[in-house]
Design a protein around this ligand. Sequence first.
Ligand SMILES: Cc1ncc(COP(=O)(O)O)c(C=O)c1O
Length: 474
Amino acid sequence: MDSRISARALAAALGGWRTREPAYEALADGIRLLCLDNRLAPRTALPAERELAAFLRVSRSTVAAAYRSLRESGHIASTRGSGSVTLPLRRRDPGRTLVSDGAIDLQQASPPAWPGLAGVLSEVAASASSLVSRVGYDVVGRIELREAIARRYCDRGIPTSPDQIIVTSGAQSAIHLLAGVLAGRGDRVLIETPTYPHAADALRRAGTRLVGVPVTSADGWDLDRAEQAFARTLPIMAYLMPDFQNPTGRSMSTGARTTILQSAERAGTILVLDETTADLDIDRGTVAPGFLDGDPSLVVRVGSLGKTVWGGLRVGWIRGETDLVRRLVAARPAQDLGTPEFEQAVAATLFPQFGAVVAQRSHVLRNGRDAVLAAVSRALPEWHAPHAQGGVSLWIELDAPLSSGLVMDVRSRGLLLSAGPRFSVDGGHDRHLRIPFTASPDDLVAAVDILAEAWPRVRGGARVAMAEQLDSVV
Ligand SMILES: Cc1ncc(COP(=O)(O)O)c(C=O)c1O
């Protein structure tokens, strides 16, 4: 068995789980959602029934029935004497979480492939014989691709040479590599909350301790908290998304960039700026100045074609000082032996057309964003959906902290979403829901209609459950 979760931690992670009757099914659903989101890893020991019942203020038989339901749906196994453990997810969850083939899947915020991509793939395939004459293990990246990436930084006003670039298999692989090279077990890493969850997972897996700094759709970065966190915890590294932050869609103001840079310099913290979503501008217009004036050895940038071109391309990169690039290249083989040649050739062919790529992206994302904003204000006026100027998603504030219950409810109705707490670093965010606007406007409107149909039921269920719980306590 790998790990265990205490009753206190499980109760906190469950948040407002009691959204319907019977209570044991609502509880089982809450635990299923934690498994689906990977907030409860496979082979995690669950608390004893009696202990969890005490924390949740329900009867032991409610927890026993929830665990029975989870056993039946294949989410946990229980053995006499050693309690219950979560199981690895099967490809399809039986029972309540069964999702039909026509499901609308908004768990990932990934736009469809750029329409010109298929043509570029065919063009590159035509030169297959020269591609296969290469060695094939390329842990640094093809020079023509690194030149193209460096040129793009120069165009943005960030002078860059190709030896400051290492090409990776997507931004995720870049984050994983940086986490291993820049941070060690027990080191503190400053990170936004909410954040991109797979980055938080990679940093946790490297053994680091995450220090969350709040970002809100309405006000952006909490700079007081950020300054304090830099000064008090002296983080070894900060992982931040200054442009069109995922999930809030916010971009840092020039003042915020200066404050963060100065705080990082004082604390000796390396800023890892994830710019995967930075080119997804809808109506911001000007490109915000990057962290230009600081000590260059403190700023490392991560980029990717995953959102601009296609997630399936798996081409990303890191821009850093040449010394850092050398360290990354040396450490990389333990993780992977390079980025595939074909994908690199495709990426190098795409860069000269980057202007057309981002213009098309802007158009697609504008349609999606506007469709969600209009549908939410029509069907769920009690929710607060802040305008995002770019990026991939809206971070919507619900009028009750029931994001997890709602996500579980709509799952059985063919709509897949990630609940707010999935994006949280230190728990919470059950009052928020991320709605990616990367799908087609038709699917997005249908998704909001499903949410609007479910919301009164989820809210009503929670109210009844709350009243019953109060009754049973007094
Ligand atoms: C902010 C951010 N960083 C990194 C990634 C991963 O990118 P890639 O597909 O290039 O690995 C994503 C994908 O969702 C993302 O949103």
